[in-house]
Design a protein around this ligand. Structure first.
Ligand code: PMT
Length: 413
């Protein structure tokens, strides 16, 4: 999360500057503290006041105005930053940053700032495509600056093409990427999410209430923390996390094929999907008509158990399952942990209104392969995902230590 991170938001003079207050709100919702610095042109599109009200801090607009006698604003702001985000960034500020010009509050502060630089450009398509801008972008990239967008779309100037400010949730995600520890770097993580659909005619299927939120949060956090991530997803209405390889499936048998292939390459497998245990034996090619006796019997057969199959084959991999229960949470979860040969199981009581299916929060009990249990308080699904990877990394570290000890012992023998 962005908790306690100091983000300095530089706002420059493009029409997308009107989105700055919403961006501030979203960053603060994720825990960040934000200081806004605005250029003179940015103030023609948005007043400093909303940014100051939202950030609960003064907005820096003037290089020479100082809140406290003896303090130098642009240096104090630069020194306190964990991240400098420029959004929207015009061609002008990109050129100034690339060439080290310092002639106003934002550009001077940026030159003094040693925090990572994240730039979200927004401008006319031809300005962005101009060789001067392209060279400046390249120059900044080569110095380690990160970019989010711009996107292709309709532009305020009437042109269509590459120049739109990225969606604000993508800008916020890029901040998370820039500020998260990369402790999963070098690891490949496979995640499954969402429901499966089991059709009995061309328009009807058996499924469940999974929205994919839990699995998508796991995939997003793994990527933020530096892992290579493959997300196998059932049909959901969520935007894929950036930087994650997506494999879309519909049925349990499709998920089985994809998951078994991908699991072979993975160091960590997290199965948060709600796979249908059964499917109709027959899938007829025409829509089933109403019957004269008002009854319809659908015969079902069992689907393959994906995680249990992965569990039979696994060697050094960490295998994490979820258990969705409506009664005897711990008892049922412990049986699944053992029978499916899992390293960890995340058990959630899906009768709760603040946990399980289609909620933004979850309340989970974690049980490991040694029977150790931990009840976690209600958290957002993203927070659950962060804590889950902390737990997985601790387990990997312990396994490595144990393997090393047994290697050392066998050498000594
Ligand atoms: O998607 P959301 O709306 O955010 O909801 C989240 C969730 C409730 C779906 C999630 O938190 C969760 O509990 N996922 C597991 C749901 C489930 O199928 O539980 P289960 O107890 O039936 O299965 C146990 C484990 O076996 C799961 O990891 C499941 O993916 C796996 N399984 C089950 C059946 C099957 N044929 N193959 C499997 O791999």
């Amino acid at each position: 999360m962005l908790t306690d991170k100091e983000i300095v938001l530089g706002v420059t003079g493009g029409i997308a500057a009107y989105k700055a207050p919403e961006l501030v709100r979203m960053l603060m919702k994720d825990g960040a503290r934000v200081t806004a610095v605005m250029t003179a042109n940015a103030q023609r599109f948005v007043e400093p006041l909303p940014l100051s009200v939202l950030t609960k801090r003064p907005v820096f607009t003037d290089l020479f105005a100082s809140e406290k006698p003896g303090s130098i604003n642009h240096i104090e702001v630069a020194d306190g930053a964990d991240l400098l985000l420029v959004a929207p960034a015009t061609a002008n500020i990109i050129a100034k940053l690339a060439h080290g010009l310092a002639d106003d509050a934002l550009s001077t502060m940026a030159l003094a700032c040693r925090a990572p630089l994240l730039i979200a450009p927004a401008m006319n398509v031809n300005m962005y495509a101009h060789p001067a801008t392209a060279e400046n972008v390249e120059k900044l990239r080569s110095r380690g600056a990160c970019f989010v967008g711009p996107e292709v779309g309709e532009l305020a100037c009437g042109w269509e093409g590459k120049g739109r400010l990225s969606d604000l949730d993508d800008v916020v995600e890029a901040c998370h990427m820039a500020l998260s520890p990369k402790d999963l770097k070098g690891k490949r993580v496979m995640v499954t999410a969402g429901p499966t659909r089991e059709f009995f005619d061309p328009v009807r299927y058996i499924s469940n209430r999974s929205s994919g939120k839990m699995g998508y949060a796991v995939a997003r956090v793994a990527r933020r923390r530096g892992a290579d991530v493959c997300l196998i997803t059932g049909p959901v209405a969520l935007k894929p996390p950036p930087g994650v390889e997506i494999i879309k499936v519909t049925t349990a048998r499709q998920m089985y094929t994809e998951a078994l292939r991908e699991a072979e390459k993975a160091d960590i497998v997290v199965k948060a999907s709600a796979v249908a245990d059964y499917r109709p034996i027959a899938e007829v090619s025409q829509k089933i008509k109403k019957t004269s006796d008002n009854k319809l019997n659908i015969e079902l057969t069992e689907n393959p158990d994906i995680i249990a199959t992965i569990g039979q084959k696994k060697k050094k991999q960490i295998l994490v399952g979820f258990a969705a229960e409506t009664s005897d949470l711990i008892k049922h979860a412990e049986v699944k942990l053992k029978e499916k040969n899992l390293d960890l199981i995340v058990a959630n009581d899906v009768t709760r209104t603040d946990a399980g299916f289609d909620t933004d929060t979850n309340v989970v009990m974690i049980i490991d392969r040694n029977g150790r249990r931990a009840q976690w308080p209600r958290m957002t699904k993203t927070e659950v995902a962060y804590k889950l990877f902390d737990r997985i990394l601790a387990m990997i570290a312990r396994d490595q230590k144990r393997r090393k000890r047994s290697q050392d012992n066998s050498v000594n023998d």
